[in-house]
Design a protein around this ligand. Structure first.
Ligand SMILES: [Ca+2]
Ligand SMILES: [Ca+2]
Length: 257
């Protein structure tokens, strides 16, 4: 018998290699992506009351801490704005902007306002569904909140619009916004992608129409973020090392015939 050996790569070995690589990849993703939810409903200036018909507006600044996360991949906004008293609000009055670091997003810019309908839509805020699901702004939603009345929408028992909608995204003066105002992707919530989520986030809300007043009952953020690139590279490196290890283990030393 010859003593020389050769290396053979069998089909079962491939299965094992890919199982290990998949497991490592999934583990890397689990380690790399972090998610955090925040909801604030107390400690507001003036109890959350938004001055009627005033550009001065109202704002709330909150500090976010996501240890180990340094680069945002997605942000959704949760919000509850109601009438200052029940059924007192008028959504077409509301202008709202979220700011953080170098980014900002226009959440509402006087929904429904057009040249022929200068007061916009008349519902009394944005809030949770009757089953308690919070009102959400999400770039991935199906419809622009600015024209919610043109599609199927639900109103809760307080007269608030419910559901999940794309942010308004019209970065124009709220005193002139109308049907000709274009949306800008640069002021969608993706404006925060790539920024460090840690630090202060500011919600600004103003009421730009005479009569009918609002207050902010609560607001929050859902943030997904990843660690700094160096950590991601480390995770990838571990994956590649695991792949190499599995491949090495799967070689068979077989005697030549
Ligand atoms: Ca989103
Ligand atoms: Ca008003």
């Amino acid at each position: 018998m010859k003593t020389t050996t050769c290396l053979r790569w069998d089909g079962f070995a491939w299965v094992r290699v890919w199982m290990v690589a998949f497991w490592l990849g999934a583990s890397g993703l689990a380690v790399g992506v972090r998610g955090a939810s925040f909801w604030w409903n107390s400690g507001f200036v003036n109890g959350g009351a938004i001055p009627d018909n005033s550009a001065t507006g109202w704002q709330d600044v909150r500090s976010v801490s996501m240890p180990g996360a340094t680069s945002i991949t997605d942000v959704d906004v949760l919000i509850d704005i109601g009438g200052a008293t029940i059924f007192d609000g008028w959504n077409g009055d509301i202008y709202a902007k979220l700011s953080h670091s170098s980014g900002f997003s226009i959440l509402f810019n006087r929904v429904g306002r057009t040249t022929s309908r200068p007061n916009g839509y008349g519902q009394t805020g944005f809030g949770a569904s009757t089953s308690g699901i919070r009102f959400r702004l999400d770039d991935a939603a199906g419809t622009d909140v600015h024209y919610y009345q043109t599609v199927s929408h639900s109103i809760n028992g307080l007269g608030q619009v419910t559901g999940t909608w794309q942010p308004d995204g019209r970065d124009v003066d709220p005193t002139v916004v109308n049907e000709d105002s274009a949306r800008s992707a640069s002021v969608f919530l993706a404006a925060f992608n790539g920024l460090d989520p840690n630090g202060e986030w500011t919600l600004f809300v103003s009421d730009r129409g005479f009569a009918n007043s609002h207050k902010v009952n609560g607001w929050g953020l859902e943030i997904a973020a990843v660690p700094e690139p160096g950590v991601g590279a480390f995770v990838l490196g571990c994956g590649l090392l695991g792949f190499a290890w599995a491949r090495h283990r799967s070689w068979r030393r077989l005697p030549l015939p």
